[in-house]
Design a protein around this ligand. Structure first.
Ligand code: Q46
Ligand code: ZN
Length: 314
């Protein structure tokens, strides 16, 4: 098979576009997609400061690389969640990339800064690891972006992620989530930084090809807590549909944005936003979820100190 652009030997076939590319022309296709998404969806302007959420996985590493390559003012941000070897290895990948590409990066370590790892805390306060992890990550990325004066937070969500999220929301008719699903989440409060997903039209496979063709190191394994997540099942189902009918995933997502989402707009009532009484970050209650978690941790620590003290006769 020959590359559609240069007619050299093709290295990747994109079934949904019925097109094949050599590695050079694939890079051009990939960067055109990202440029078009950023421009068409008005994600950010050339001089804006972008905080890129990096996990060490192929999608976020591809995003970091392409935004740097396109000349955007980009800073990576990595959070070490304390998930054993997975976290250590992914931090190593991120630090190596930062050094090799002279790319600024902000590294946070949950355990060092707050005294708990995500899995330990989830056990301690009896919450699902992923929901706790999501709350903490959203809080920290927004806080760092806002404190640092960034214009947008960019994540590596790809077409497979977005189509799986859409399928999950449709299956349970989550009107509010359907109303809000978008490649751009605008800022609705001066302390909330805009969130953007420049890779939302590129598949996982295309991100993988991008990192491989560019020799970008990435962590191959998934977070161990992702096992059994319903999003994985939705992705498998969508992949089966895609095999039978190439382009299904893209049609499902882009037609939802073009034709479907408007029917749910009435469900995106603006919620009243407050500033957390402890940290000042945005919340719908009086104290934000992050501070409530920290208060719970403090209480647990105090309780265990008191329990230890019960053994003493003063
Ligand atoms: S990192 Fe965190 Fe994910 Fe791991 S613990 Fe769950 S939410 S699966 S994106
Ligand atoms: Zn708070």
């Amino acid at each position: 098979m020959l590359c559609r652009r240069c007619k050299e030997k093709a290295e990747i076939y994109l079934k949904r576009h019925n097109t094949a590319f050599c590695s050079n022309c694939f890079r051009i296709y990939y960067s055109e997609q990202v440029k078009r998404n950023v421009k068409r969806e008005k994600m950010f302007k050339p001089k804006d400061r972008i905080l890129v959420v990096v996990s060490g996985g192929k999608d976020s590493m591809a995003l970091w690389h392409i935004l740097l390559k396109l000349g955007y003012n980009v800073t990576g941000m990595y959070i070490n969640l304390g998930i054993s070897a997975y976290s250590d290895r992914s931090q190593e990948v991120v630090e190596k990339f930062s050094q090799a590409n002279n790319a600024p990066v902000i590294i946070k370590n949950i355990e060092k800064e707050y005294g708990f790892s995500i899995p330990a805390l989830a056990r301690e306060i009896r919450r699902s690891t992923c929901s706790l992890c999501g709350t903490i990550k959203r809080y920290l990325f927004n806080k760092v972006a806002q404190d640092g004066g960034f214009d947008a937070v960019a994540t590596g969500h790809n077409l497979d992620d977005e189509a799986a999220t859409l399928l999950g929301n449709v299956l349970s008719w989550q009107e509010g989530y359907l109303a809000r699903q978008s490649p751009v989440l605008p800022s609705t409060h001066p302390k909330l930084v805009k969130k953007v997903k420049p890779l939302f039209t590129l598949t996982e496979r295309e991100n993988l090809a991008y990192v491989l063709f560019n020799g970008i190191e990435f962590i191959h394994e998934e977070c161990p807590h992702a096992l059994g997540a319903s999003s994985i099942l939705y992705k498998e189902i969508l992949n089966k549909l895609e095999d039978e009918s190439p382009g299904t995933k893209q049609r499902f997502l882009t037609n939802f944005y073009k034709k479907g989402r408007k029917f749910f707009e009435k469900y995106s009532e603006p919620v009243k936003l407050n500033e957390c009484k402890i940290c000042g970050q945005v919340t719908t209650s009086e104290i934000c979820s992050f501070c409530r978690i920290r208060l719970m941790v403090e209480k647990k620590k105090a309780d265990s100190i008191l329990q230890e003290g019960d053994g003493f006769n003063l």
